[in-house]
Design a protein. Structure first.
Length: 192
């Protein structure tokens, strides 16, 4: 089976990608590679940051690297937190800190919004392809559910009455921004 390295230390992302690729790829991430450098996310787009991570790691790895850069856009906040999703409440913020700041900014008013994901595939310092996925929904003004990660307890995908943190992971993995980007990446890898 083909190996793929996910350029992340976020084990939640790896878990979702591994579930979605189950049986097709052997999925690894950077968690067992402590000595590898942290890639700075200095771009101002998801695709730009995904490219930085994919290219930066691909020069260290003999094989295909997949980077995921993703986040939540809240319409009433002009698209915040966007590319700052992981660092919304500060450089070392936890998911709970970021949600607390978002709830404060929402000030009790739900808003339309979406999760976005850009994925970049790279090998030996060469970018192979970029794919984008998004899922539209409502960002609610209280936390619901204990599953998932990040902003999942605050996000109701369109057509559902449960948040991503309340829905089974199989359901999230069928309709998420990450699933939509990954579907295209898998199709591309199948053609290589
Ligand atoms: P990245 O590692 O810079 O791509 O940061 C992604 C951040 O966006 C995460 O730390 C989460 O806060 C948020 N995020 C991305 N995808 C999801 C998701 O599927 N559910 C909840 N939050 C997410």
């Amino acid at each position: 089976m083909q190996h793929i390295l996910i350029a992340t230390r976020n084990s939640h992302k790896t878990k979702e990608i591994r579930q979605m690729l189950d049986g097709h790829f052997i999925v690894e991430d950077l968690n067992a590679r402590d000595h590898w450098p942290e890639i700075e996310e200095t771009a101002d787009t998801f695709a730009g940051n995904a490219a930085l991570k994919a290219l930066g790691i691909s020069v260290l790895y003999d094989g295909i690297v997949l980077a995921d850069d993703s986040g939540l856009e809240v319409d009433s906040l002009g698209g915040e937190p966007g590319v700052w999703s992981a660092r919304y409440a500060g450089e070392n913020a936890t998911d709970a800190d970021n949600r607390a700041l978002l709830l404060k900014r929402l000030d009790g008013k739900p808003s339309s919004g979406r999760f976005r994901c850009s994925m970049v595939l790279a090998q030996a310092g060469v970018e192979l392809a970029t794919f984008d996925g998004a899922v539209e929904g409502t960002v609610i003004n209280d936390e619901r559910g204990a599953g998932g990660f990040g902003y999942d307890p605050l996000f109701l995908p369109d057509g559902f009455f449960n948040t991503f943190a309340e829905l089974p992971s199989e359901t999230k993995n069928q309709l998420s921004h990450r699933a939509r980007a990954l579907e295209q990446a898998v199709r591309f890898l199948g053609q290589l």
